[in-house]
Design a protein around this ligand. Structure first.
Ligand code: NI
Length: 485
């Protein structure tokens, strides 16, 4: 029998994604900044800083999908904070390695196991960066989340765990007893031990309270969901280390600005948008759509140069945090006539989520793209192509066509430009939709030869919406699935 790590099914699922639901639920409110509204709804959520406030921030995104497992991981690279990158890279490896070992022995089933690692910035100002990683693993009908927050101290030049926010062992002991007294109704106080592993995720909310949160089932073995407390300053202030005090100040800065040495890279070249050419008539032209998922990433700018150079259009299915981190790239895509589609906020398998969560996951990327480009996506690509009636209903309610593909380059598996190019070209057909990922450098490397070879075969490279306007597409309506003609 397979060991089960987490128990408690449906309730855990509902509680686990509360962050996404809360954040999307307030997206319509006006007046106060978004982070302030978010905090007003749940004081035990740490502040989430907009990634776009960190100049030059990049992300490392990996996604894989086969019959045995689904995996999506992402973490940020903050310029000038190399040790933090190493620490996050190691943390993500520590999460994915056991999952990969376990899932290698799985028999392909109906519910494919899923691992999803998301990040948020809890602070990015002065000399301090905080990054919170939430890892969600689903196995069968069970799911559980682990939470870790890492801190970078730009003065010392090192990355540390959350326990470094307090001043040594005595302070950690004192903190443990404060937390024990606070959480007795929600958890087993005995399990709140005064060791660094217990206090692996600490950050500050927008009021400056210290948020102490735990991984599922760590301090509350039988109760599903997230256990967290927000402590007022009077209780924890004397316990803070020097880093802790600076981290709190950084978390309270309304307009975060990092001042790490070599932290601000030279401004990237901004290409002037080429005037949009007339719409291609795909009733007569041999049209084909290249699609790039999961980005933008570090190689997306180069990809846009290539597409620009080749006068080719493509469709980018962007995910929440990567889109928010790259507003300039999104505007550049839109200006160049590419299409931006919705690949959800957190790249979860939507078929595992409740309707309200599916709605929130989709809506949040709608909002992010509209905020940046002035126009919300009209296409939804469900992560892993996994869809069901609920996903269809949500897509319909938001006026989105579900955009799938009929050529998979498997570029995440074979990170080799020639192999990827061969798959794209061999699978090409009129009305085809080719799946690639601009989060892999090798996929971007493959694009010049793909474009040249396809053009040699008489194809016109268009967006998915261009394909949809053709009579060959048989006019799919919102909610319908479209995977090429
Ligand atoms: Ni994807």
């Amino acid at each position: 029998m397979r060991p089960v790590r987490w128990r408690g099914a449906a309730a855990t699922l509902a509680a686990g994604l509360a962050f996404g639901v809360t954040a999307a639920g307030c997206s319509g409110a006006a007046g106060s900044p978004r982070w302030a509204r978010q905090a007003a709804l749940d004081s035990t959520l740490p502040r989430a800083v907009e990634p776009a406030s960190v100049a030059g921030l990049e992300t490392v995104t990996r996604s894989e999908s086969d019959a045995r497992r689904r995996l999506f991981t992402s973490y940020p690279i903050v310029p000038g904070a190399g040790p933090l990158t190493d620490r996050l890279d190691q943390a993500v490896d520590d999460l994915t390695d056991p999952y990969e070992r376990e899932s290698a022995g799985e028999k392909p089933g109906v519910l494919v196991p899923e691992l999803n690692v998301q990040w948020t910035l809890t602070a990015a100002s002065g000399s301090v960066v905080g990054v919170r990683l939430v890892s969600r693993q689903s196995q069968g009908a069970e799911a559980g989340e682990t939470r870790r927050t890492y801190w970078y101290d730009g003065l010392a030049g090192w990355a540390v765990g959350s326990d470094a926010l307090v001043n040594g062992e005595n302070a950690l002991n004192r903190l443990a007893s404060i937390v024990r007294a606070r959480i007795e109704a929600k958890a087993d106080p005995e399990r709140v031990t005064a060791v660094p592993a217990t206090f692996a995720s600490m950050a500050f909310n927008t009021d400056g309270d210290l948020v102490v949160e735990f991984s599922d089932h760590s301090v509350a073995p039988s109760a599903p969901g997230r256990v967290a407390v927000a402590l007022p300053a009077s209780e924890f202030e004397p316990l803070l280390s020097d880093l802790g005090r600076r981290a709190r100040a950084a978390s309270l800065t309304p307009r975060p600005r990092l001042t790490l040495a070599s932290g601000v890279p030279a401004p990237t070249r901004t290409n002037r948008a080429r005037p949009r050419s007339a719409r291609v008539n795909c009733d007569v032209a041999k049209c084909l759509a290249l699609t790039f998922d999961d980005g933008p990433g570090p190689d997306t700018s180069r990809l846009l140069d290539e597409l620009d150079h080749a006068h080719a259009r493509a469709t980018f299915f962007v995910v929440g945090a990567n889109a928010s981190a790259h507003p300039r790239l999104l505007r550049r895509m839109a200006d160049a006539g590419h299409e931006i589609g919705d690949h959800t906020r957190g790249h979860h398998d939507l078929t595992r989520l409740a309707p309200i969560q599916v709605h929130a996951e989709v809506q949040q990327t709608q909002d992010a793209v509209r905020q940046i480009t002035g126009r919300a996506p009209v296409l939804l690509r469900p992560p892993y192509g996994a869809s069901n009636g609920v996903v269809g209903d949500v897509a319909r309610s938001l006026g989105l066509v579900q955009s799938l593909w009929n050529v998979d380059t498997l570029d995440w598996r074979d990170q080799d430009a020639s192999t990827v190019a061969d798959r794209a070209v061999d699978g090409a057909r009129a009305g085809g939709v080719i799946l690639m990922h601009d989060t892999y450098g090798t996929s971007v490397d493959a694009v010049p030869q793909i474009v040249a070879r396809l053009k040699g075969e008489g194809y016109t490279l268009v967006t998915v919406s261009d394909l949809l306007t053709s009579r060959h597409a048989r006019h799919p309506r919102p909610g319908d699935r479209f995977a090429g003609w």
